[in-house]
Design a protein around this ligand. Structure first.
Ligand SMILES: C=C(CC[C@@H](C)[C@H]1CC[C@H]2C3=CC[C@H]4[C@H](C)[C@@H](O)CC[C@]4(C)[C@H]3CC[C@]12C)C(C)C
Ligand SMILES: C[S@@+](CC[C@H](N)C(=O)[O-])C[C@H]1O[C@@H](n2cnc3c(N)ncnc32)[C@H](O)[C@@H]1O
Length: 373
């Protein structure tokens, strides 16, 4: 073959490969985000790498982030940075629901995700006319499933402005924007009136709070008396041994790569809820058998991770994706290994469910206490 023909052939094959990896193989999990659309939230292109370095140096020693008030106060800002860095990658590689679900035999991940979300709506007995709060709503996957399933009006809150815009765009696209509202704010100081919700839920979100009491007290304040709050909590289980270096490394890895100021123990959740005034209606670790493993989805994706890693490298080389994306993607890959180990050893659960009730006479009690002062 002529050298010129060889060069042309090699060029065409190369271009075809790039096209295949980036546009075909790199397509979104739930056709939405494509690899070529990877942004880093509200961070400008030139700041991505710096922001990642700042994030990493803050969360490198997770437990220390919550020990002093000064560093605990910085957590929401770093969580916001984290979601600027990961939101598009999550949407691209996982979908619009940023949480795990127990696998369901013979059913797709999409179905398993929806069933896990609809369970919340059913527990709350949410129905048309109800106003339900989604505490830490992400880009609104659960919010849309719950609104569609129950007919309730759902109001979501997230600390990250970029997620607010993504969630609103998805709501419009799904024609659920009349039923789903999204607000930017801190769930430890929410911009909502007292007793203004008929139900509330949080899915794998309150783990970002340095003190769980602060979120639970806010949810308690905005709930109407007698109404329910359902939460899926990230916790260490009784199988976690603080004297086992492999356990400690897995838990630290989960904390570092998920912007967590220290995971809580399973047995702390109910007492924190009671401390702020809730009655505990039910408590159940949904990760335990007979549930099938929630981490199989992470494990089955080995080949996909490899492909995705190649895609982000190619996109960075072509200057389509900003510098720093490769590092963020690498961090997520390592986090996935720690999460898988946490699941396989049973030392960690991302779905410790609590169903809490604000007592029906809660406001009467509060008024009596106030007038006795
Ligand atoms: C509740 C939280 C997030 C939970 C999960 C939705 C995410 C935790 C780890 C994430 C991922 C890890 C590996 C990524 C992979 C390397 C990439 O190619 C595609 C996306 C991943 C699969 C990504 C997807 C979302 C997670 C599973 C926390 C933050 C409290
Ligand atoms: C892992 S995502 C889960 C999102 C959603 N519940 C879902 O399952 O798709 C955690 C969410 O909590 C939000 N969050 C974390 N800390 C917050 C805070 N202090 N105030 C409001 N939202 C917060 C994040 O912005 C993100 O939307």
């Amino acid at each position: 073959m002529e050298p010129a023909t060889m060069a042309w052939t090699a060029g065409l094959v190369g271009a075809g490969l790039v096209y295949w990896f980036v546009w075909v193989m790199g397509a979104a999990e739930v056709k939405g985000k494509r690899a070529v659309d990877l942004k880093m939230g509200s961070i400008t292109r030139d700041k991505v790498q710096d922001k990642y370095t700042q994030y990493w140096s803050f969360f490198r020693r997770p437990k220390e982030t919550a020990t002093t008030q000064a560093s605990a106060d910085k957590v929401p800002a770093f969580v916001d940075t984290f979601y600027n860095l990961v939101t598009d990658i999550y949407e691209w590689g996982w979908g619009q629901s940023f949480h795990f679900s127990p696998s369901l035999p013979g059913r797709s991940h999409r179905d398993a995700t929806r069933v896990h979300e609809e369970r919340v709506a059913d527990l709350l007995a949410a129905r048309p006319g109800h106003r339900v709060l989604d505490v830490g709503c992400g880009v609104g996957g659960p919010m849309r499933a719950i609104a569609a399933h129950s007919g309730a009006h759902v109001v979501g809150i997230t600390i990250n402005e970029y997620q607010v815009n993504r969630a609103r765009a998805h709501n419009r696209k799904a024609r659920l924007d009349a039923q789903c509202e999204v607000v930017c704010g801190n769930f430890m100081a929410m911009p909502f009136d007292d007793a203004s919700f008929d139900g509330a839920y949080s899915i794998e979100a309150t783990c970002h709070a340095p003190r769980l009491q602060d979120v639970y007290a806010e949810v308690y304040r905005v709930l109407k008396p007698g109404r329910l709050y359902v939460s899926y909590e990230w916790v260490t289980t009784p199988l976690f041994r603080a004297d086992d270096p492999a356990h400690v490394e897995a838990i630290h890895g989960i904390e570092r790569g998920d912007a967590l100021p220290g995971l809580r123990r399973q047995d702390e959740i109910a007492s924190i809820a009671q401390e702020v005034g809730f009655e505990v209606v039910q408590e159940l670790d949904l990760a335990l058998p007979p549930s099938l493993p929630w981490w199989t989805r992470l494990k089955m994706g080995r080949l996909a991770y490899w492909r995705n890693s190649l895609v982000v490298r190619v996109l960075t080389l072509l200057r389509i994706a900003p510098k720093g994306v490769v590092e963020v993607h690498e961090m997520l890959y390592e986090t996935a290994q720690h999460l898988t180990l946490g699941g396989e050893t049973g030392i960690f659960s991302p779905m410790h469910m609590v169903v809490l009730r604000k007592p029906a006479d809660a406001d009467a009690d509060a008024e009596a206490e106030e007038s006795s002062k």
